[in-house]
Write a protein that binds this ligand. Structure first.
Ligand code: XMP
Length: 326
């Protein structure tokens, strides 16, 4: 695809002239945008770049492995992985308010990332220069939404790493800021990233933490991770990945209902399927997933995840509903 080749070449040249011989750090979230941005910058400047992946324990099934193995294999990037699962779970213990959760996750992320970035600085690198640049996977719609300026700090806190501490100020490198989501995906393919990575659904920074209605625990995360993996698996199998924008699976962790399975009464939790179609996530319609596919997802989740005994469907558009439940 010549257009994508051109975009890649143009951005590679631009990144090279922007950063010179300086060192660059990139926070990988497990999402498409940061992966493609990181891969592009890697293509441009090789091991002047260090990617940092904070595993906060709120990721989907297989996602951490995908970053640690497939992304590294595809790009040859130098990656620093921080296992911060316990730290995030401790900080989130007993918290069920959505905004409170977001604040805690954002705050812990910045602390962990800051520490990791300092270690990258201390470790020195190929070019013997301090880290001065931070890669952000900002897309064109984000630029428009935040008022269009370039620079250092006008990313809405909703996305990406948000407010970095004063004493750790980077100049941003934003190689995707002229692109829409589908172009980013095609650039990712052009850069040789695995299709499962490039075509996966958007996923919020706070991860599964805002898809558990109630407080976040390791057990609840494990339950939701299994249900989410089944839904994604069946939607992909049905060929719906490119039709649906995303399909959050939400665990109503504080709700229980009575069911029956085998010879016994169950008293388990419901999950909600939230399939939507959208252009840019600003508005969305509930997606008309075929009944057979919904049926298969429901059967599999209730059979394979013992704690879940009911699967429900959210048929609310945005507005008035948001895509996520929290
Ligand atoms: P809502 O729920 O606001 O979601 O309709 C719109 C899109 O944004 C994603 N989302 C987030 N992304 N940090 C993110 O990086 C967040 O805190 C966050 N909250 C929602 C959501 O998945 C959807 O694609």
């Amino acid at each position: 695809n010549w257009t994508m080749v051109n975009i890649v070449e143009e951005q590679v040249a631009r990144v090279r002239s922007e950063v010179g011989a300086k060192r660059v750090v990139c926070a990988l979230s497990g999402g498409v945008d940061s992966a493609v941005a990181g891969a592009l910058v890697q293509r441009a400047i090789g091991d002047q770049l260090t990617c940092v992946f904070v595993d906060h324990g709120l990721l989907r099934k297989g996602e951490a492995e995908q970053v640690e193995k497939d992304f590294v294999a595809a790009t040859g990037v130098s990656l620093k992985v921080v296992d911060a699962q316990d730290r995030f779970l401790d900080a989130l213990a007993g918290v069920s308010d959505p905004e409170e959760k977001r604040k805690i996750i954002g705050r812990e992320f910045i602390r962990v990332f800051e520490q990791a970035a300092r270690e990258v600085v201390a470790a020195g690198g190929a070019a013997d220069e301090p880290v001065e640049f931070l890669v952000q996977g900002t897309l064109y719609p984000d630029v428009v939404e935040s008022g269009g300026g370039t620079g250092t700090a006008n990313i809405k806190s909703h996305h990406n790493v948000g407010g970095l501490p004063e004493d750790l100020r980077f100049t941003l490198v934003e190689p995707l800021r002229e692109l829409f989501k589908d172009e980013v995906r095609r650039v990712g393919e052009e850069l040789g990233l695995p299709a499962e990575m490039v075509w996966r659904q958007p996923f919020p920074g706070p991860g599964l933490g805002i898809r558990i209605i109630g407080s976040v625990t390791r057990e609840r995360l494990d339950i939701l991770r299994e249900a989410d993996a089944i839904a994604r698996d069946e939607l992909s199998r049905a060929g719906l990945d490119r039709h649906i924008w995303q399909c959050p699976v939400v665990l109503l962790a504080d709700v229980r209902s009575v069911g029956v399975q085998g010879d016994g009464r169950t008293y388990g939790h419901p999950v909600v399927l939230r399939p939507v179609t959208s252009e840019d996530a600003m508005t969305a319609d509930w997606a008309q997933v075929p009944y057979e596919v919904l049926g298969t997802i429901s059967n599999r989740i209730t059979n394979e995840v013992p704690e879940i005994n009911r699967v429900t469907l959210d048929v609310t558009s945005k507005p008035p509903g948001t895509i996520e439940w929290e």
